[in-house]
Design a protein around this ligand. Structure first.
Ligand code: BES
Ligand code: MN
Ligand code: ZN
Length: 498
């Protein structure tokens, strides 16, 4: 999608479609009023037919109004004006852009619903851009016959009234587009099936991201090198699969050489059958999404590189399959992690923490300012938070606050769960330093407790994205979350947002 930001009166805009926000009870936004005046009250006249409700996401198309340079006008319902927040524009735009993608409009101009002087233009445009990226996403790589829309929406223009507004909008569109691209990358990787998206494939794609980029370097460690590092936990999972494990490391040096990096560690489990503690058959296909954490690391780094953010960023993606096999982990097996701590594997389906713990120990060598891991780690997190918020746990309050704030701003939300030391004893083992499961209660928290034993050297936050990384059912597909959250957090980290 291409975005642009233009100054000037909307009634003279030559466009396939002019999108005009309308609040409930037919209240036109300021730009709508100006347009209506210029068109001799034709917009208000259209309301008389009462086809249009003004509810968030409701739409109404008008064609070829006399005196208007736009071929179409789309009324876009924004809901109650008194309760209006930028998020409402995002929801409304999702509806508008899906409709335009199906209509014949190849470009459109959006007159933003500006209410006053200190309007959050930046946020409004960010909402609209991410809505556009999401509404026009398709995954048809594996279809033999692609059926793209006949005249897809290609260009979106935002019309603004002042230079200051235009500047804020430009910045937002640039950020939104980069985040859109990163999210797309994460979705594409995640939607690929396990027989295509293997650890080796993921590593190739990580290499491709760095190709031609001076400040980004990808290193891929194979099983021999992983073994040399002593990553017995990661290797124990991979032993049950014919696909060799990979440790993918990306290093983006966009900041001062002396600035400590932020490290993102993503679970890259390309298919999780559960291992010997095998999963039930229903919905097992969705376990191709068990690499969504890793995909979000690649997508976020791609977005940061695109924006040339002045930060240093490390991405670490331990990647493996988890399958049953004669050589797979067995319940009761004890393995030694890179940190030297031993683990009794009481359930081979709790494999995410096994591949992550070694990656988290590996992260220490970068002396990171903070480490954020991202993982589809526990079904319990879906029970706790559903598909709205990712689970957030951290050993540092400021880091947790930063992630909570960033998520609230961009709509890719998290919710914090406690990591009180009292939970730790659920991981006690009679035979090793710890067990890899913590019993019935608080499954999301005990998984994080497990990881916390490998993150003592730095500030750390853990995002459990089991409920947010993809949607099930008829519209099954990856969401690309939490690429928006992570990029927002990093943008704020370099104070690029207002
Ligand atoms: N990848 C799964 C978690 C998962 C399950 C995410 C369903 C999304 C949907 C993870 O590896 C797993 O199997 N976790 C177990 C842990 C348990 C054995 C302690 C779980 O949640 O059941
Ligand atoms: Mn599992
Ligand atoms: Zn898993």
């Amino acid at each position: 999608m291409e975005f642009s930001c233009k100054l000037g009166p909307t009634e003279q805009t030559k466009t396939d479609c002019l999108v005009i926000g309308v609040f409930k009870n037919n209240r036109l936004s300021a730009a709508g009023k100006t347009l209506d005046d210029a068109l001799g009250g034709q917009l208000k006249a259209a309301f008389r037919h009462q086809d249009f409700s003004g509810e968030v996401g409701s739409t109404q198309l008008l064609y070829e109004l006399p005196g208007c340079s736009a071929k179409r006008i789309l009324f876009l319902g924004l809901g109650d004006q008194k309760k209006f927040v930028p998020r409402q524009l995002g929801l409304a735009c999702s509806a508008a852009f899906s409709q335009l993608e199906r209509s014949g409009a190849k470009d459109c101009t959006v007159a933003l619903p500006l209410l006053g002087e200190d309007d959050p233009i930046y946020r409004l445009v960010r909402e609209a851009t991410s809505a556009a990226e999401a509404a026009t996403y398709r995954f048809d790589q594996c279809k033999s016959e692609k059926q793209p829309p006949k005249r897809p929406l290609k260009q979106i223009e935002f019309s603004l009234q002042t230079r200051a507004q235009q500047n804020a909008a430009k910045r937002a569109a640039e950020h939104g587009q980069a985040i859109g691209k990163g999210t797309r990358l994460a979705k594409d990787l995640a939607n690929l099936p396990g027989n295509i998206c293997t650890p080796t494939y993921l590593a190739q794609r990580a290499r491709a991201i760095a190709r031609g980029k001076r400040k980004l370097k990808t290193t891929v460690l194979d099983e021999k090198e992983i073994e040399k590092l002593g990553m017995g936990a990661l290797l124990s999972v991979s032993r049950g699969s014919r696909q060799p494990a990979r440790l993918i490391v990306l290093e983006y040096r966009g900041g001062k050489p002396t600035a400590k990096p932020i490290a993102l560690v993503g679970k890259g489990l390309t298919f999780d059958a559960g291992g010997i503690s095998i999963k039930p058959a229903a919905s097992m296909d969705e376990m191709k999404y068990d690499m969504c954490g890793g995909a979000s690391v690649l997508g976020t780094i791609a977005a940061c590189v695109e924006l040339a953010l002045p930060i240093n960023l490390i991405g670490i993606v331990p990647s493996s399959e988890n399958l049953p096999d004669g050589d797979a982990n067995k319940p009761g097996d004890i393995v030694t992690s890179m940190s030297g701590q031993t683990i009794e594997i009481l359930n081979t389906d709790a494999e995410g923490r096994l591949i992550l713990c070694d990656a988290l120990t590996y992260a220490e060598r970068f002396k990171p300012a903070a480490v954020i891991d991202i993982a589809t780690l526990t079904g319990a997190c879906i029970v706790a938070l559903g598909d709205q918020a990712s689970g957030l746990m951290a050993n540092d309050d400021a880091l947790a606050e930063g992630l909570l704030k960033a998520g609230g701003e961009c709509g890719d939300r998290t919710w914090r769960l406690p990591l009180w030391p009292e939970y730790q004893s659920q991981l006690d083992s009679n035979f090793a330093d710890m067990a890899n499961i913590g019993g019935r209660g608080a499954g999301t928290i005990t998984a994080a407790c497990f990881l916390s034993r490998y993150t003592k050297a730095y500030k750390w936050a853990h995002l459990d994205i089991a409920g947010t990384a993809w949607v099930s059912g008829k519209n099954k597909g990856a969401t690309g979350r939490p690429v928006p959250l992570l990029t927002e957090f990093l943008l704020r980290h370099c104070k690029a947002t207002r």
